[in-house]
Design a protein around this ligand. Sequence first.
Ligand code: F6R
Length: 282
Amino acid sequence: MELLIYPRYEEMSAVAARQIADLINAKPDAVLGLATGSTPLGVYRELVRMHLEEGLDFSEVRTFNLDEYVGLGPQDRQSYHCFMHEHLFQHVNLTPRNTHIPSGTTRNYPAFCAWYERRIEDCGGIDLQILGIGGDGHIAFNEPGSSLASRTRLKTLARETIEDNARFFDRKEDVPIYAITMGVGTILEARHCLLLASGTSKAHPIAQAVEGPVTAMCTASALQLHPHVTVYLDEAAAGALVSHEHHRWIAANRPNAPRTDTWWQNTVDAVEYAGDTGVHQR
Ligand code: F6R
């Protein structure tokens, strides 16, 4: 796991967006896994800016969203279909048929979920998955107790999640209690995961996910088992990490960080040699 801590949300979002743009530039038909909620908004704003000002081209990019509320159709203001349209899709040149969001209104959920999994596979798998984290440590809508091997399926939302997400609805009673969500197992198959968190309300779940045991009671902790995860945090979200200073030191001394002394140069040579042999240092 690579942890990167930034003073402010805007800075963290800009660096994460740059990483996504670098992937799109290197692989124009990259497959992105997308999240909703307030955390990725800064990343989406930055991607839109890069499209408008730098010509970042989404025409061949394929996307898969993590989840959708059951019972909400694409036109519903609080649906994740609507969210994605409002914050990203309508502002960039994504090809509509290349975008995928779970259906909240299908008549056959098991069949739809199986199709969604197949579709991801047919597209070659997810290259880069954007993730937020819930107050109860969830990724996507994999609530505490979810199997760490779970696949796309229907899930009951935890009370805490319903309360957290009530801010997007007129009344708490309007928050659906079911969602269709990619599973933890589905997410762990992405080639690279970016976990984003901002604000003090995320400090405790982040500490659990990064420093706690791998447990189904905090599904984000399953990311510890993934070979390539980058965690982007602002200072507030990093506030409960006991290993805060350790992660700062590691991040400041990454192999690609600019250094001049010989000790460092020797280390870099060793890392490059390891790279030649296909061994990754993470
Ligand atoms: C949304 C999703 C959720 C959110 C999480 C954090 O697609 O999968 O796991 O990422 O609930 O939400 P925010 O960012 O609103 O705090």
